[in-house]
Design a protein around this ligand. Structure first.
Ligand code: URP
Ligand code: ZN
Ligand code: ZN
Ligand code: ZN
Length: 464
């Protein structure tokens, strides 16, 4: 079995930062040990030695929210499982959790998962697991959930948005929460009041307000907060946990905090777009604002600071990208009516580097950066301690991060299959230098060294 010693770096976990050597044998971490010890000296004989002096050695990132080659919004997301996971690897993400989604008009969750297995198998550069998007929740769907939990698919996304498509009624949500809670599985919520939002969308278009910025102006923060509140109350009565995906605004955050104070097991993720982009982006001329159309929408800038603060003080649990890339010609579908713009932003490549900005700006400690990008994601989704931590016995999914080599995001250099970047020109203070998956370098110094299919399906465990 191949041996590697990563030495000279600062090993940063959620709990501590220590100067240590990381010893890898085969696919696993064998030890995190004092570089001076005789054990390390003996192990290093014949091992590959990787010098991480001046760098951070961190657990591989886990992005719990991606949509590779998703059929959505009358289009197909432009990254395949192959291209999207290579981009992830370049950015220090070694696990993605993608959403298996039934095709339009279909409901079966098992069929959706079968189709996603077929799409992803043998294609991925990093490890992957699935959540499942749900619609039409009934007794048959609850039975399918039980089956899928047994297959390691332990989280299910439900929606208070998109009436007539993904939307679930309160009775459906309540039954699903109770069922999943009993299984030790996790309800995930897209929390926006889609019923009210649809009224506002229709009225805007009738007035002639069809530009991209109206996508945000017709999805008020209050209607995100209302839905988060409702989900918290439903979980409270159902006795289940609930995880809010892509939380975008301060009022919604306040509802999370209030519910938690009452003892509800509620947690939430936010995404880089809500931390770095604002309404002015949606106002870019010549339909440029369409690049930033996602749901929930990009908000007024005043929301950014509270979200950063909450990441630092555990008000928010995790950061995911909601990577759902559509190329420029796909966004064109909505030139005359913002309602037809495919929703989504490319982002899987830059999350770990972008959130490091929060360390530089004093919002997060180094340890908290690792926690929100990896460790807490692993805990939330049944992957810990196999993933999300640099410790003996864990998978050797490790990133060497150089805090002193800045770089600039650009569509000209990124690896995502998208002809623009929503973060074009954003200067990042540090860079991912090396990414290890299962003990092997898959990215090093800007080169991809992996092989198609390196990434494996992860059957996840329940909380029970
Ligand atoms: O705009 C977004 N977020 N597209 C992906 C679908 C979703 O609701 O997560
Ligand atoms: Zn980068
Ligand atoms: Zn969503
Ligand atoms: Zn999404």
């Amino acid at each position: 079995m191949g041996r590697t010693v990563i030495h000279g770096g600062l090993v940063v976990n959620a709990g501590d930062s220590i100067r240590a050597s990381v010893l890898i044998e085969g696919e696993r971490i064998v030890a995190v040990a004092d570089p001076e010890s005789s054990f390390v000296e003996a192990f290093a004989q014949g091992a590959d030695l990787v010098d991480a002096t001046g760098k951070y050695v961190i657990p591989g990132g886990i992005d719990a929210h991606t949509h590779m080659q998703a059929e959505a919004f009358n289009s197909t997301a432009s990254d395949t499982f192959e291209t999207g996971t290579i981009a992830a690897a370049f950015g220090g993400t070694t696990t993605i959790l993608d959403f298996a989604a039934p095709v339009p008009g279909a409901n079966s969750l098992v069929e959706a998962v079968d189709r996603y297995h077929a799409k992803a198998e043998g294609q991925c550069a990093v490890d992957y697991g699935f959540h499942v998007n749900t619609r039409g929740i009934d007794e048959t769907r609850l039975k399918e959930m039980t089956q899928l939990v047994g297959e390691g698919i332990t989280s299910f996304k439900m929606f208070t948005a998109y009436p007539g498509d993904w939307y679930s009624t309160d009775d459906q949500l309540f039954r699903a929460y109770r069922h999943l809670g009993n299984l030790g599985a996790l309800p995930m919520m897209h929390a926006e009041n889609g019923i009210v939002i649809d009224v506002m969308r229709e009225e805007a278009v009738l007035r002639g307000d069809t530009d991209p910025v109206w996508h945000s102006l017709t999805r008020p923060e209050a209607m995100e907060a209302e839905a988060v509140h409702r989900c918290g109350r439903l979980a409270e009565v159902a006795g289940s946990p609930v995880y809010i995906v892509h939380l975008s605004s301060e009022p919604a955050l306040e509802e999370v905090l209030r519910a938690r104070e009452r003892g509800v097991q509620i947690s939430a993720e936010t995404c880089p777009q809500y931390l770095f982009l604002d309404l002015d982006h949606l106002r870019e001329p010549d339909f440029g604002g369409s690049k930033y159309v996602c749901s929930p929408p990009i908000r007024d800038k005043r929301n950014q600071n509270p979200l950063w603060k909450a990441l630092g003080n555990r008000g928010l649990a995790t950061v995911a990208t909601d990577h759902c890339p559509f190329c420029w010609d796909q966004k064109e579908l909505g030139r005359d009516d913002f309602r037809n713009i495919p929703n989504g932003i490319p982002g899987v490549e830059h999350r770990v580097e972008q959130i490091y900005q929060g360390v530089v700006d004093g919002h997060l400690s180094l340890n908290r950066w690792v926690e929100v990008c990896s460790t807490e994601v692993a805990r939330t989704f049944g992957l810990h301690p196999r993933k999300g931590v640099i410790t003996a016995g864990a998978d050797a999914d490790i990133v060497i991060f150089d805090p002193h080599t800045p770089h600039t995001i650009s569509a000209a250099t990124h690896h995502m299959a998208n002809d623009y970047s929503a973060f074009e020109g954003q200067s990042l203070p540090g860079s991912v230098e090396t990414t290890f998956l299962h003990g092997r370098k898959i990215v090093d110094g800007g080169r991809y060294l992996g092989t198609k299919g390196d990434g494996r399906f992860l059957a996840r465990s329940t909380a029970a």
